[in-house]
Design a protein around this ligand. Structure first.
Ligand code: ADP
Ligand code: MG
Length: 778
């Protein structure tokens, strides 16, 4: 071991020399100068001292002050200076993969290195890290997975958890685990970093850990709420009256027509906005009722109008637009690219910034464009805190973000755009004042802002806990309820109980709350357990391709459009895809496959138009399918070249069975009456089908059961998409045959069979069981 020590010592000294050489080089000097101009630099000594004296330190400071890029680097540099460069190991977690990648690249550049030398990153399915990597940026999920195989984080000297103010589920979860790890690892140092001033909460969670605040500086940003924005766009913004901007090639008459159309579109959109909302009234209402003021319908045109105004009338500076999600961003991008009003296309650099973009695109976001070119970045709320684009002077804030929410009483999750919090709105606005005074356009009235909540509810308290429970079990953290009771803020017991029950019913946990084999595979797939189960069954039963489409469709949204005024046409277009097989999911598979064929012939859009399909959604489904394939390969369930997993992809009954495996216990019984069909679920009694379900248009359904993904309570309970299945399929694929053997399975189904008055099924089942038993014994 002394030889080893010597080698490490020598390596540490080498690293120190290397660092010094860089700092003395002209480029290194320039970089240091920039780094020293950041607010964090003034606190450097205080930070390092606090970290060396305390096991836990909480650091807060405005976004952009240098927490993420500087603090981990200060620690690394001081370790290298102390000749411990070869023995330290610093891990800094980020909530999103793109920030882990972008930040590591930046830090490496600041150190005059390439990625994979002393600085690296690791995100799911990707990473650059070398033998000498001492500072690793990774997603929170990656650190959680590491804890799975390395409970004590052996060899790690510092853990930095970034962006804790976001209160993401993974971060809250990680904090519980780390809190319990600290006593076992007295030398381990933990730093928590937050962009807002609510550091006390975290400090008291860690027994009064010291807090250090980095004072920051930002220029003032003027807020324009919708009232102002409309005045600006409606009165001073007049691109719609300026004819000279239309392309030269178009005839005068066409220009005028297009112009009139545009003008009336914008006018009516804004009118709509004003009509549907009596803004003053909303001030006194609760946050929920705000959702009836729907900016989505006017959003695009309004955003477009604001952008036009800035491009034409305002001083230079990049524009950052906050949107709700990937698909919105893409649609707006398409709309803007087709818009001649933004001016000379070569003078506009239109970029998207969201979790799943390519890294080459990422870099463009940070680069300053050439003089005279206006950079416009369309972003999700990830640009609120984890990414800093320096040259932003204008912010457009649509006021919404996609948020998962969960209603424990109805046991239903949803992912919907909802109003952001005051803290988020402030954060968004602040992005405009980094380099000079800025301007923010909020696309909602002042009184709507006043009704926002102060902070967003922590994710742990608003999402279904099924996936989290699987994680707790796979990390062997003991009883789920006990573990969650030690969280910063614990979820309701009812939510926890629902999650555990559900996992038992689908066969991921056994009676003693331990993971089954299925549960272990599910915990490896970062999707909802029911979707994970469908993917796993699709892979095992070799009918993966259609199942990929079904699962992607269920995770994105329905690509079948139902325009209000053309409902009937749209519904019958959809039922053409059903081919009388009584399944919305199979209809989706056919529609998707038809679209792929059409795409190959470059007629994708016409196909969508004719069949009332959303090309945008189909594209999203397409890209999600690819991600699922990666994930499945990662678990080892699918082999590299797909040799067998599509062998039965044309077998509709098998696909139906796999869909049933995933959606169970979402089942409903079907009784065909003379004039109608009676549908019943165990929890709700009588239920109905949505009219756009292919099954909703049938006079008879020649199957005894429907499985469904989602139900919605309006006046009565409505089922969204459904697939009809036979008795045998329900018996063999509903619930979990893997655990408790066939007897346990029968016991569980027993309740259903009794409830639905189908004792005959029990005997069918016993017959099947006898046959299977015989098979197994021979
Ligand atoms: P914080 O984590 O406190 O929000 P960061 O450490 O992310 O702050 O950023 C500090 C500063 O470093 C930013 O204000 C910006 O000027 C600069 N910076 C960060 N990332 C990049 C990058 N990829 N390219 C250029 N400058 C960057
Ligand atoms: Mg940061």
């Amino acid at each position: 071991s002394t030889v080893m020590e010597k080698i490490l010592k020598r390596r540490s000294l080498q690293l120190r020399n290397q660092q010094q050489a860089w700092e003395e080089s002209p480029e290194g000097q320039r970089m240091l100068e920039f780094r020293r101009s950041l607010p964090a630099y003034k606190e450097k000594q205080a930070l390092l001292e606090a970290i060396s004296r305390n096991q836990v330190v909480v650091v807060s400071g405005e976004t952009g002050c240098g927490k993420t890029t500087q603090l981990p680097q200060y620690i690394l540099e001081s370790e290298i200076d102390a000749a411990r460069g070869a023995t330290c190991s610093i891990i800094c977690t980020q909530p999103r993969r793109i920030s882990a990648m972008a930040v590591s690249e930046r830090v490496a550049a600041e150190r005059g290195e390439k990625l994979g030398e002393s600085v690296g990153y690791k995100v799911r399915l990707e990473g650059i890290k070398g033998r000498d990597t001492r500072l690793l940026f990774c997603t929170t999920g990656i650190l959680l997975r590491r804890l799975l195989i390395d409970r004590n984080l052996k060899g790690v000297t510092h853990v930095i958890v970034d962006e804790i103010h976001e209160r993401g589920m993974n971060e809250d979860f990680l904090l519980i685990v780390l809190k319990e790890l600290l006593p076992r690892r007295p030398e381990l140092r933990l730093v928590l970093m937050s962009a807002t001033l609510n550091a006390e909460l975290f400090s008291s969670y860690f027994h009064g850990a010291p807090m250090i605040h980095i004072p920051g500086f930002t220029y003032p940003v003027r807020s324009n709420f919708l009232e102002n924005v409309l005045e600006i766009t409606g009165h001073r913004l007049t691109p719609y009256n300026q004819i000279d901007d239309y392309g030269q090639e178009k005839s005068w008459k066409m220009q005028k027509q297009a112009l009139r159309k545009r003008k009336s579109q914008i006018a009516s959109a804004v009118e709509d906005a004003l009509e549907t909302a009596d803004f003053r009234e909303y001030g006194s209402r609760t946050r929920d009722s705000l959702s009836c003021w729907n900016p989505d319908s006017i959003g695009f045109n309004l955003i477009e109008a604001v952008l036009c105004h800035i491009c034409r009338k305002e001083r230079p500076g990049a524009i950052l637009v906050f949107m709700t999600g990937w698909d919105d961003i893409n649609s707006l991008k398409d709309q803007l690219l087709a818009n001649p009003f933004l001016g000379d296309p070569s003078k506009v650099l239109l970029l998207a910034c969201h979790g799943s973009m390519a890294s080459s695109e990422q870099r463009l976001i940070f680069d300053k464009p050439e003089d005279g070119v206006r950079k416009i970045v369309l972003a999700t709320n990830m640009a609120e805190t984890s990414i800093t684009i320096n040259d932003v002077v204008f912010v457009v804030d649509c006021g919404k973000a996609k948020e998962t929410s969960y209603d424990a009483l109805n046991n239903t999750p949803c992912l919907l755009p909802t109003w952001i919090s005051k803290a988020s709105a402030r954060q968004r606005r602040g992005r405009a004042g980094r380099v000079q005074p800025g301007e923010c356009y909020h696309l909602y009235p002042r009184c709507v802002y006043d009704a926002f909540t102060d902070y967003q509810l922590p994710e742990l308290l608003r999402t279904p806990l099924q996936s989290l429970c699987l994680q707790i079990k796979s990390l062997r953290l003991g009883s789920i309820s006990d573990f969650l009771s030690r969280a910063l803020q614990s979820p309701e017991p009812l939510s926890i109980q629902n999650a555990i029950e559900y996992l038992k019913v689908i066969g991921a946990l056994d009676d003693k709350e331990e993971l089954t084999v299925l549960g272990r595979y599910l915990s490896m797939l970062p999707v909802e357990p029911k979707l994970g189960k469908m993917l796993i069954y699709g892979a095992i039963f070799n009918c993966l391709d259609p199942i990929l489409t079904v699962v992607a469709g269920l995770s994105v949204r329905d690509p079948f459009l139902t325009p209000f005024d053309k409902r009937d046409l749209a519904d019958s277009a959809k039922s053409q895809f059903s081919c009388r097989d009584y399944s919305d999911h199979l209809a989706l598979v056919r529609a998707y496959e038809g679209w792929k064929d059409a795409e190959r012939e470059h007629s994708g859009y016409e196909y969508c138009w004719k069949n009332f399909l959303s090309a945008q959604t189909l594209k999203a489904i397409d890209s999600l399918r690819k991600q699922f394939i990666f994930l499945l390969k990662d678990t080892g369930l699918v082999d590299e070249n797909f040799s067998t997993c599509n062998k039965w992809s044309r077998d509709e009954n098998l696909i139906r069975a796999v869909i049933c495996a995933g959606l169970y216990p979402g089942i409903c019984s079907v009784v065909n009456k003379e004039k109608s069909i009676a549908l019943k679920t165990m929890e709700d009694g009588q239920v109905m089908l949505y009219s756009n379900s292919v099954n909703g248009r049938e006079a008879r359904i020649p199957y005894p059961w429907l499985v469904f993904n989602e139900k919605v309570k309006v006046n009565s309970v409505f089922l969204r998409d459904s697939t009809a299945v036979s008795d045998t399929v329900l018996l063999l694929f509903g619930g979990n045959i893997t655990q408790g053997g066939l007897d346990g399975h029968l016991k569980m189904l027993g309740g259903y069979l009794e409830f639905f008055m189908r004792p005959d099924l029990a005997s069918t089942y016993l017959g099947l069981k006898r046959e299977l038993d015989e098979l197994l014994h021979n």
